[in-house]
Design a protein around this ligand. Structure first.
Ligand code: SAH
Length: 354
């Protein structure tokens, strides 16, 4: 089938096979029509509101070895920090005052933040009437349950790649099965569960990306966060090529076609690769932005990849300037919590109440 016809099919039925996804990923001439179709699906299912999530990067201490990440334990050139629960609470209060409805607490895998430390903090944040998203990596079922009971609503844990051999190559001492176990536990506990990948890791094929997209659909993700892999000079992958923004946008747009009603952020890595990257993402299927409200040195030291801090500060990262920028593309800041509304009935392949 002609690629444009495939895109049309996906826009209407939200179904594609692995080979069909591959054909779209390989075809350089279909990009504009793919992005436009994803933009229409975004508008139809999740509307013109752009939901904001205040991102707090509360610790850059990490015990993992992820080969691509600047927070990896072996990286001695980053200054480590850990906010106190009090500092986190202060930032959260600020976010609530500025009108945010969701805070995202993200961090390295820092053993200090046990359930005993986090549970009272989560309860206090919940009392501010905020939705809480956690992004703190792999934990036990018991921890996930304790966080949920204390008020966490959502959890972000990227699968990073669904190709087991690649996953295990880039994550020494970690197991793909445990990553899957975590995602299943989160879902079972009733979290709105977000996952996602890095696009353009060395040795990652388009075939592999096609399978990643089908995994998102099969898993029934509530949110997909993905971005280009950006080589970090302080990591073992420093000398590997940087992928194009287009490659990440294509994976994101296909994700929107197949999971029409989920939340998809325009990620900071897209902005780091190209200024206005997030703006492009919002017009190619994305409906969420996560402004970074981390302050001072911490913001600089949460150095996952180069260019991140500057990108976070670009106009779309600042709430005040967002309104105008969004209006120019017919969008507006969301007023509610912006959770996943299940408008698409996966089992029947049709749409509920639209
Ligand atoms: N410890 C948490 C948070 C990790 S940081 C967890 O495991 O979920 C959040 C995301 O940053 C990661 O999931 C990864 O996909 C992304 N990231 C890390 N290094 C990166 C790089 N060099 N380029 C682009 N994204 C990167």
């Amino acid at each position: 089938m002609d690629t444009n016809a495939l895109i049309k099919q996906a826009e209407q039925q939200h179904l594609l096979s692995e080979t069909q996804i591959l054909q779209i990923l390989e075809d350089r001439n279909c990009n504009a029509s793919l992005f436009a179709a994803a933009d229409r699906v975004r508008k139809k299912y999740v509307g013109d509101e752009v939901h904001l999530r205040a991102l707090i990067e509360f610790t850059n201490i990490c015990q993992n070895h992820c080969l691509y990440c600047g927070l990896r334990v072996e990286n001695r050139s980053v200054t480590r920090y850990r906010m106190t629960p009090q500092q986190i609470l202060q930032l959260t209060q600020k976010a609530a005052k500025q009108g945010y409805k969701t805070v995202v607490l993200q961090g390295g895998e820092d053993p200090y933040f046990t359930a005993d430390v986090l549970v009272p903090l989560l309860r206090q944040i919940k009392a501010m009437d905020l939705a809480i998203t956690l992004s703190i990596g792999e934990r036990s079922y018991e921890d996930y349950r304790a966080f949920k009971e204390a008020g966490a609503d959502r959890y972000l844990l990227r699968i990073e790649t669904t190709e087991r051999t690649l996953y295990e190559k880039y994550h020494p001492n970690m197991s793909f099965d445990n990553r899957l176990r975590c995602l299943r536990d989160l879902k079972r506990l009733g979290y709105e569960t977000g996952t996602g990948i890095l696009v353009g890791l060395p040795s990652q094929s388009l075939h592999s990306l096609a399978r990643d997209i089908l995994f998102f659909q099969k898993f029934g993700a509530d949110m997909i966060g993905l971005g280009p892999f950006i080589p970090n000079p302080d990591t073992p992958l420093k000398n590997t090529p940087t992928p194009s923004l287009t490659s990440a946008l294509k994976v994101m747009a296909l994700t929107r076609l197949l999971l029409p009603d989920i939340n998809i952020p325009a990620t900071t890595a897209m902005e780091a690769l190209q200024s206005n990257g997030r703006f492009k993402a919002l017009q190619s299927g994305a409906n969420v932005i996560m402004p970074n409200i981390t302050e001072g040195e911490a913001r600089k030291n949460y150095a996952l990849y180069p260019g991140k801090a500057a990108a976070a500060q670009a106009p779309l990262g600042l709430r005040q300037e967002l309104e105008t920028a969004l209006r120019a593309i017919g969008r507006r800041i969301g007023t509610g919590y912006g959770g996943h509304t299940h408008l698409f009935d996966k089992s029947h392949g049709h749409t509920n109440s639209l």
